[in-house]
Write a protein that binds this ligand. Structure first.
Ligand SMILES: Nc1nc2c(ncn2[C@@H]2O[C@H](COP(=O)(O)OP(=O)(O)OP(=O)(O)O)[C@@H](O)[C@H]2O)c(=O)[nH]1
Ligand SMILES: [Mg+2]
Length: 345
């Protein structure tokens, strides 16, 4: 406890939310706001872009590194739709970890935008953290797509590879996978340290943190050390509700659903309850039926699970009302993607 997500819209958070701004410029501007931190000494501070295929375990690892839940996790590929910033502050410095939606370019506007977030993160970062699922057998396709991406981005930044989900393999199965990765990397001329770990079990994270900190430039903290994410409460609520939908309906409609948080009222005066209202968008009537469920059972479960998590976040009782609305083709409509926070304003 003691650390907090960012709440409200301070000057710092707004600046950090700007996209397309290089790390040097951003650091320079933020130092102007917090000149006192220049005096602190030889701390390091910088950005880490987390890249990889959908479902590799990126968000699980980001949450484990930050030590707080900042990014939604589910068994469904494409759970993360936008760039999520998690913040890890230690005496040795501050690491801003950019969780990305993985590799996407084709499909509706939403998916193209997801690919854009990934490129932005790589541009912003000082070091790239490639997360690959150690237990996955789709190595060839993964390699092909990753190498293609790295080449298209002309990424010349330091690379660290996290081979995650090592808890799924026994020690004897792990060695051949490690050897294979090393061999493949050198075959493609890719340089970078490899760390086997488990995001879920939080194994071997210290080694990864040491490597990542070593690649960051010297500098003062970028964000208030108390913060663990630059997301607003509304964005956190969107991610939490979205995660519950993905986790519950992963075999049915997740990609056609989106969460729009319309009202977020913190308690004022003698009030005790945070009131949140919003919509779950779906593309067709039949999908609405699935999200609502028989006698409203499914939407009740989603809301109940989300409410508990939001209460832990706000530290207040929460009233949460989500209405399911049919909005055809929302994934291709810029105005709606903007309202959802998936396109810049
Ligand atoms: N056993 C095991 N499962 C893991 C580990 N890390 C992630 N998972 C599981 O893998 C699934 C995907 O995890 P996410 O963290 O959402 O993966 P992601 O790469 O962020 O996925 P997208 O946002 O969809 O691209 C979830 O069911 C996780 O519980 C791990 O270290 N071990
Ligand atoms: Mg994710």
């Amino acid at each position: 406890m003691g650390r907090s997500p960012h709440i409200g819209k301070s000057r710092m958070a707004k600046r950090s939310g700007k996209s397309g701004q290089g790390p040097e410029k951003m650091l320079e501007e933020l130092r102007e706001i917090r000149p006192e931190t220049e005096e602190i000494g030889r701390e390091r501070a910088g950005f880490v872009a987390v890249v990889g295929l959908p479902n590799a375990g990126k968000s699980t690892l980001v949450n484990a590194l930050v030590g707080e839940k900042v990014s939604a996790v589910s068994p469904t590929p494409q759970t993360t739709r936008t760039l999520i910033r998690g913040i890890l502050t230690e005496p040795r410095g501050q690491m801003v970890i950019l969780d990305t939606p993985g590799f996407h370019t084709a499909g509706p506007l939403l998916n193209q935008r997801m690919g854009g977030s990934l490129r932005e993160a790589v541009e912003e970062s000082h070091v790239i953290l490639w997360v690959a699922d150690m237990s996955s057998r789709k190595k060839d396709r993964e390699w092909e797509r990753f190498v293609e991406f790295m080449t298209s981005q002309r990424a010349t930044k330091p690379l660290v590879v996290a081979l995650t989900k090592m808890d799924r393999l026994g020690p004897s199965n792990m060695i051949p996978v490690l050897i294979e990765f090393e061999r493949e990397m050198s075959r493609h001329g890719i340089e970078g340290e490899i760390v086997p770990l488990s995001g879920l079990r939080e194994t071997n994270l210290d080694r990864l943190k040491d490597l990542l900190f070593r690649h960051l430039p010297e500098g003062a903290p970028i964000f208030d050390p108390e913060w663990y994410t630059s997301q607003t409460m509304r964005e956190m609520v969107r991610e939490i509700v979205q995660e519950k939908i993905f986790s519950l309906l992963y075999q049915e409609v997740p990609h056609q659903c989106a969460v729009l948080v319309e009202e977020f009222h913190e308690p004022e005066g003698t009030e005790k309850t945070t009131r949140i209202e919003g919509s779950i968008l779906v593309e067709r009537e039949s999908q609405k039926g699935i999200v609502v469920g028989a006698r409203g059972e499914t939407i009740r479960t989603i809301s109940e699970r989300a409410r508990k998590e939001i209460e832990a976040l706000t530290g207040t009782p929460v009233f949460l009302r989500m209405t399911v609305r049919v909005v055809p083709d929302w994934r291709d409509r810029p105005s709606i993607l903007r309202d959802l926070g998936y396109l810049p304003e």
